[in-house]
Design a binder for this molecule. Structure first.
Ligand code: SF4
Ligand code: SF4
Length: 506
């Protein structure tokens, strides 16, 4: 299988023993009530209420929502609506931290309760959110009913700066492996595999050493070339199975689930200690950062606070802050945003790393065509979108774009290719306006999008496989029924065994 993409040079390679820092907590948190691509949870606290670290502050709403928990002990002092780091307007709960260190946890699950049903419920309750596209609640990919062959833990760290997975895996090897085993039970998967790229040898050797010590030969280790992108679940499933799933389809349909190191670690803690998720390991890097490294950062920590702790070299300007990595992250126009649970990289860049120069005309070099992992004709798509031929863009397959940003990265003319693809995809899927700034890359002065009459109706329903997923309560009742049936088969087997042992006499 040919692996397409951009060959990357690791700028921020994890070094043995670097570990993870705990970021000094701020006095004030602003917790966004939305996963980057998820549904808005329903707020469960009011202004004036006291909270502990781990107290519930929002409940799932809709079919696939998620729980949100307080990152600190303190008092709720306000609720505001503002943009999060992905440009989505959502409620933020403002909490002032007190000096208390009280924590609220869920009941730890003993080994008796570590069956598929209880574990799926814990995954749902824990507030875990994927930190890789499409940034869904972590339980969602475990909802399909078909048999899963492989649970694949993706440690490829394809962004040149990203090293948080290596840091977690080297520092907490046992927890990550045990967490992966628990996720394997949720998936009821036959096999468990860890996938690395040639760039993260430290983490790979930490895992190999641990497995050798444990004499564990059941976990397989694989290595991919260091290309970008690899962290996309659909793409990884394609490389593993040779079948590219349509957008919205779950990799479980190909009997494969792709998860990450952070979720393994968080799930281990959620099961064994009952700890809900209130923080993530984030790589803080970029040439303008004084103290680069991997930090545990609590949900709702302001970017200004992170900057004040890690320090910066030159005067810091907006737009040089990239939330989510250099390849597909979002350059922020404002600093009044806070870190959520989905980013694994935050970059404070300087001019060497991030050019604010505008785009120039295409020089027909073909690099964008060579690197697109889903084999789109990027150049033709760009022309179509610039000319407002959105229906044609849809026919050319723009909805298959995974918005990895590889085309923009390699383009010598600095064309806003990925941004335009994202915009045209939103139009094709009827989601226009979800990303408020994306139209900036398409519109030119004096033109008005509303004039476009070529676009097919945006109300057109996209029939994605995800709509056929069971909701978590349906899934839990299926599993509960299965457990009851299994228990009754066991009881019958035991009774007939007892009968045989006693010769059938009472
Ligand atoms: S067109 Fe989409 S999938 Fe292809 S390289 Fe560009 S952003 Fe990635
Ligand atoms: S990489 Fe940029 S300049 Fe080269 S063909 Fe693609 S759009 Fe044109």
């Amino acid at each position: 299988m040919e692996i397409k993409g951009v060959r990357i040079k690791k700028i921020n390679r994890y070094k043995h023993g670097e570990g993870i820092y705990e970021l000094r907590p701020p006095e004030f948190f602003s917790v966004p009530l939305v996963a980057d691509d998820g549904e808005q949870p329903q707020r469960a606290v009011n202004v004036g209420e006291g909270v502990k670290e781990g107290s519930l502050i929002a409940k799932p709403s809709g079919r696939y929502g998620t729980y949100v928990y307080s990152p600190c002990s303190g008092k709720v002092v306000g609720v505001v609506k503002k943009l999060n780091a992905s440009g989505i307007e959502c409620e933020h709960v403002l909490i002032v931290r007190d000096l208390g260190d009280e924590k609220e946890t869920l009941e730890p699950l003993d080994s008796f309760h570590q069956d598929q049903e209880h574990l799926l419920k814990r995954l749902y309750e824990s507030g875990m959110v994927d930190n890789f596209p499409p940034y869904d609640p972590a339980y969602k990919k475990y909802l399909l009913k078909n048999k899963i062959k492989t649970l694949l833990i993706n440690v490829t760290e394809d962004d040149p700066y990203l090293s948080s997975d290596s840091a977690l895996l080297e520092t907490y090897t046992k927890e990550v492996v045990e967490g992966a085993r628990l996720l394997q039970k949720v998936a009821n998967a036959e096999k468990l595999e860890f996938v690395f790229s040639t760039n993260n040898s430290v983490a790979k050797s930490a895992l190999s050493t641990y497995l050798k010590q444990k004499k564990d030969k059941t976990i397989k280790i694989k290595t991919y070339p260091s290309v970008y992108p690899l962290r996309n679940a659909r793409l990884m499933a394609y490389y593993e199975t040779g079948v590219m799933l349509p957008k919205g389809a779950r990799t479980a349909q190909m009997s494969i689930i792709v998860d990450c190191v952070a979720n393994c670690y968080d799930f281990f803690k959620a099961v064994t200690n009952g700890e809900v998720v209130t923080k993530k390991v984030v790589t803080i890097a970029g040439n303008n950062t004084l103290r680069k490294g991997n930090y545990f950062i609590s949900n709702g920590t302001s970017i200004k606070h992170i900057l004040s702790v890690v320090g910066y070299k030159d005067k810091f300007v907006e737009n040089m802050l990239v939330y989510g990595g250099i390849m597909s992250g979002i350059a922020q126009e404002r600093l009044d945003i806070s870190a959520g649970l989905t980013a694994s990289v935050i970059l404070f860049c300087n001019e060497e790393e991030y050019s604010s120069e505008g785009e120039s005309p295409c020089i027909n070099c073909g690099r964008c065509l060579d690197c697109c992992p889903v084999k789109l004709n990027v150049k033709r798509l760009d022309d179509a979108i610039v000319e407002r031929k959105y229906s044609y863009a849809k026919k050319l397959g723009v909805t298959a774009c995974i918005e990895c940003g590889a085309c923009s990265y390699v383009c010598p003319a600095r064309r806003y290719l990925a941004q335009r693809m994202g915009f045209a995809k939103d139009l094709a899927e009827g989601k226009r306006g979800k990303r408020p700034s994306s139209s900036d890359y398409v519109l030119v002065e004096g033109e008005d999008l509303e004039r476009d009459d070529e676009l097919e109706t945006s109300e057109e329903k996209i029939n994605t496989a995800s709509e056929q997923l069971p909701a978590v309560d349906e899934m839990l009742s299926i599993l509960a029924k299965k457990t009851e049936e299994e228990a009754s088969v066991d009881a019958k087997n035991n009774a007939s065994k007892d009968n045989k042992d006693t010769g059938g006499n009472k």
